[in-house]
Design a protein around this ligand. Structure first.
Ligand code: SF4
Ligand code: SF4
Length: 134
């Protein structure tokens, strides 16, 4: 994902919004990269967890177009390893909430086929509904 950094009033407002929703002191992130190094899903992400934190810190709304926040499984591997005690998954969740509050769903449950419904465990559908649908 290529990113153009722009700092203005709206980026400050976006940073404050994500900070408020996540409850995380994002400014503590020193970009050590430990979170990215241990994330089990990093190979499928377009932004590494540390990059997600950087973009949130800089208030870059483009981060909402990243698939990283949707792929974060809240496994907490990064949280227990972060030397600054930050919870990246809470920042990812805050970003998802901003998107979902604009009624932008990540998936359309109506498009799951009958065959897929037979295969999928019900808990997966419930979890997807909670995480990916507004
Ligand atoms: S491990 Fe913590 S301090 Fe290091 S980059 Fe990730 S969030 Fe920032
Ligand atoms: S909580 Fe999310 S970002 Fe952190 S290691 Fe797990 S999947 Fe990766």
């Amino acid at each position: 994902m290529s990113v153009k950094i722009k700092i203005d009033e709206s980026s400050v407002a976006f940073f404050e919004l994500i900070s408020e929703i996540s409850g995380e002191t994002i400014t503590l992130c020193d970009q050590c990269g430990t979170c990215s190094g241990g994330c089990p899903f990093v190979n499928d992400m377009d932004l590494m967890p540390s990059q997600l934190m950087r973009m949130a810190l800089l208030g870059q709304e483009d981060v909402l177009e990243s698939k990283t926040m949707w792929l974060c499984a809240t496994c907490n591997t990064c949280t227990v390893r972060c030397p600054r005690g930050l919870d990246v998954s809470k920042v990812a969740e805050a970003l998802r909430l901003v998107k979902l509050r604009h009624s932008v769903d990540k998936i359309d449950l109506n498009k799951i086929s009958k065959d897929e419904l037979k295969e999928l465990p019900p808990i997966a559908i419930i979890a997807a509904n909670r995480k990916l649908v507004s």
